[in-house]
Each structure stands twice: as structure tokens, then as C-alpha cells.
Design a protein around this ligand. Structure first.
Ligand code: ADP
Length: 428
């Protein structure tokens, strides 16, 4: 409404000037009007200059204040600037949030311009692709990652499928790279670390290949004998019996393999451990009898120590694990050797030990013994009825009991497999 008062002011000025003109002469009226208008003009110029000055860096606390029409104008401009600053603050807070969310993402994100130069990348992308988040901005991505597959992927512009990239540096890892075009000429590059998944897939592939390989040999042998017997119905009874015996051996081998595979799969199914009180001293007696059966008098089987100590765990699983260790000791100890079993407390931990005077294990093999199908001497393992899964089963059983296996061995002298259980599992 200040414009109305300004209008009145000018009307009043005209009336007063006319009045003065009528009373004191035209010059006096004109002079009054001129002086007043000049004063008003100077006031306007001053306020315009103040506004201009303030608009160069509009801070809300130093906003100019005025009178009449200028008061209204300053108030409106102040309001506009205040709203604009509020919107700007909101926008930058939103941007900040987005940036923080992008930085917290476990997947890598890189924004590329139309020439595939890096505009921004998050820490995960820097880690995956070995980028420097400051120094590499504005650099061409393909100059920094000189992988032909990535160059090709960017050139072909077909981003329907992700690219699988094997990065030798900064550390060996497998990534999937997916490009998403946006904003007409920009691209968002998403990287995901699938090293673990790739490893699992490789293990799975190797496992299937190993199982097939293990089954193929006995199947071929059995198939061969059946074919021979079909082709030669008049085969003499002695040869027939020999063939049947060999076939029986091979089916036994397949049976053991399938049994071990099922045992492994049960252990890996993640079912909760059924805990009970396990009478280990009694189990040692059973293991000794079983060992004597296996050895057929070729070894001396002794129990060196038995602590009167029970264990909280699963009887069947522990029997199978300990049994595997004992059977290995027999199978890898030549005739005349000694196999010893021990059940004792070491410090405050219950420990089960099997030691033998067998062929021993070279140190480089020890860390890999519990891998599925890892065998030092494939021929010897097979000849003694091994499946290559025994120690893998042991590892799983021990994991389920929070126990650890410690292997000590000297080539040509013998080995010791010790199982350390947590103190809380002991029952005195
Ligand atoms: P396998 O059925 O071949 O015995 P395991 O998983 O039980 O498979 O053992 C893996 C490998 O560890 C064996 O092939 C053998 O080379 C080695 N090994 C295990 N126990 C002993 C031992 N007591 N003495 C020497 N070598 C052993």
C-alpha cells in the first residue's frame, strides 16, 4: 500500500506547489517542487545503491531497511532472498545426503561424462578400480583402467549385460561392471565385488568335476568286467570269481564315496548340533577295537592316556571324526608301525590325539589336508580305500564343536593329529 501513500505524497506536493505558486509566485512554486523532487530522487538513488550493494552478497543479517515504498520493496526482496536461501540449503542438504548415501554404498559408483571422463566416484569404486578420488577426477576411465574388455564394453554401448572383469590390482579380485546411461550423455558405472561368489562357483565346479572323476574310474572298471562277462559266457569259474571280486571292490569304493558325500552334505546343511554327554574314554576303547579290525594285526594300537573326562558334543559326529583320524593313521603307517590314541587335558583344554609312526607329511601339504579331495599320493589313498573326503569331514565336525585341528608331522617319521576342544565343553 506504500505506492498509494507515495501517490498521495506527489499529489500533495503538486497542491502545495500550486498553492505556493499562487501565493508567492510561479518561481517559488516551481523551486519548491524542484527541491522536493530532487530530495526524493536522491533518497531513491541512495536506496537503489544500497540495494545494489547488498545484492552483490545478500546476507540476511545485513539486509537494508527503508521507508515507505522502499520499505515494502526491501521487505519483498528480503523475503525472496530468504526463501531462495532456504531452498538452497534444503537442496544442498538433500545433495549432501545423496552423496553420503553414495559414499556408504558397498557397491562402486562412478559418474562419467560424455567422453567417459570421471566426474565423481565413491570410495567403493576407488577401492575396486584402484582410483584416486581427487587426482583421477576428469581423467578418462580407459586411461586409468587399461583393460581391453572394458574399452570394448564402453565402445559397443550395449549395456544390457554386466561385464565380468578380473582385476589383478590393487588386489586380485573379480568385479561385475554395469553401465547405466542417464541425462542423455552421462553414464553411471556400477561395480560389484563378486570375488567370493566366483570362488564359491569355482569350488563348486571343481567339486562336481572331482566327484564325477572319482565315480568314473570304478564305473569304468565295473562296466568293463560286465562287458567281458557278457561277451564270454563260458568264462572259467576262477576268472569269473576274480572279476566279481574286483567288481565288488569297486562298488565298495563307490559306496564309501557316496557315504562320505552324504555325510559332508549333512554336516554342511547347517543343522544345529544335537548336543549330548559323550563318553570319550569309552569311545577310545571302541576306536581301538575298530582300529585293530582295520589293521588286521599289522600295527600296534595303544591308548597312551585317558583322562576321566566327558565332553559335551555329538556322539556320532565325534565318533566319525575320530574314526577318520584313526583310519588315516593306519592307512598311512606301514606294517609294524605304532598308532597311539590319547585323551587328556592340556592347560584347561580337552585334547584328543592320534599319533602314528607312518610315512609322515611334508610341511607344504599340511595347510591343505582338509580340502575336499586333497591327497598327497592319490594312488596310495585309493589303494587303501580312501575317498579324499575324510579330513574334510573331520574339519566340519570340529567346526561344529568349535574345536581346532593341529597337525604336526615329519616326513618318514610319523604324524600327530590333535583336536583341541574349548574348555567349556569339558565335563569332569
Ligand atoms: P584320504 O581318503 O585320501 O585318506 P583324507 O581327507 O582322509 O583323504 O586325507 C587327505 C590326505 O592327507 C591323504 O590323502 C593323505 O595324503 C594325507 N594324510 C592324512 N592322514 C595322514 C597320516 N596320518 N599320515 C600321512 N598322511 C596323511
Amino acid at each position: 500500500m506504500y505506492w498509494l501513500s507515495s501517490l498521495f505524497f506527489y499529489l500533495a506536493l503538486c497542491v502545495v506547489a500550486l498553492f505556493v505558486g499562487a501565493v508567492a509566485g510561479v518561481e517559488a512554486g516551481l523551486l519548491l517542487a524542484l527541491v522536493t523532487i530532487s530530495a526524493v530522487l536522491v533518497y531513491h538513488l541512495i536506496n537503489l545503491a544500497r540495494l545494489n550493494f547488498w545484492l552483490q552478497a545478500p546476507a540476511l543479517d545485513s539486509a537494508p531497511r527503508g521507508f515507505l515504498l522502499w520499505r515494502e520493496a526491501f521487505d519483498r526482496i528480503y523475503e525472496l532472498v530468504r526463501n531462495q536461501q532456504k531452498r538452497k540449503n534444503q537442496l544442498s542438504a538433500t545433495l549432501d545426503r545423496f552423496q553420503r548415501a553414495g559414499e556408504a554404498m558397498p557397491d562402486g559408483m562412478v559418474i562419467l561424462d560424455e567422453h567417459d571422463r570421471i566426474e565423481w566416484c565413491n570410495p567403493a569404486a576407488a577401492r575396486h578400480l584402484g582410483l584416486n578420488r581427487q587426482a583421477d577426477i576428469s581423467q578418462q576411465l580407459t586411461n586409468l583402467i587399461r583393460t581391453p574388455a572394458l574399452r570394448e564394453y564402453l565402445r559397443e554401448q550395449d549395456f544390457s549385460q554386466p561385464l565380468v572383469l578380473r582385476m589383478p590390482r590393487p588386489q586380485e579380485q573379480v568385479l561385475t561392471i554395469q553401465l547405466v546411461p542417464f541425462d542423455s550423455n552421462r553414464k553411471l558405472l556400477l561395480s560389484r565385488d563378486i570375488t567370493q561368489l566366483d570362488r564359491v562357483q569355482t569350488v563348486h565346479r571343481d567339486f562336481v568335476a572331482n566327484v564325477s572323476h572319482e565315480l568314473r574310474t570304478p564305473l569304468t572298471v565295473v562296466g568293463g568286467f560286465i562287458e567281458t562277462m557278457l561277451d564270454m559266457p563260458d568264462i572259467d569259474p576262477e576268472t569269473r570269481e576274480q572279476h566279481l571280486k574286483l567288481m565288488f571292490e569297486q562298488t565298495g569304493r563307490m559306496q564309501r564315496l557316496v557315504d562320505d558325500l552324504l555325510a559332508l552334505s549333512r554336516l554342511e546343511s547347517g543343522q544345529q548340533l544335537k548336543e549330548e554327554e559323550v563318553n570319550v574314554p569309552q569311545m577310545l576303547q571302541i576306536l581301538q577295537t575298530e582300529a585293530e579290525g582295520l589293521s588286521q594285526g599289522r600295527h600296534r594300537i595303544v591308548i597312551d592316556a585317558v583322562a576321566p573326562l566327558r565332553l559335551i558334543g555329538n556322539n556320532d559326529e565325534l565318533h566319525s571324526a575320530f574314526g577318520n583320524l584313526v583310519s588315516n593313521a593306519i592307512r598311512y603307517t606301514p606294517q609294524g608301525g605304532t598308532i597311539g590314541l590319547r585323551w587328556e587335558m592340556r592347560a584347561d583344554q580337552p585334547v584328543f590325539t592320534v599319533h602314528d609312526t607312518g610315512i609322515g607329511i611334508a610341511p607344504e601339504h599340511i595347510p591343505r589336508l582338509t580340502e575336499r579331495f586333497y591327497r598327497i599320493d592319490r594312488g596310495r589313498s585309493r589303494a587303501t580305500g580312501g575317498t579324499g573326503l575324510g579330513l574334510a569331514i573331520v574339519k566340519h565336525v570340529l567346526q561344529r564343536h568349535q574345536a581346532r585341528l593341529v597337525v604336526q608331522s615329519r616326513l618318514g617319521e610319523g604324524s600327530e593329529f590333535a583336536v583341541y576342544f574349548p574348555a567349556e565343553r569339558a565335563l569332569t
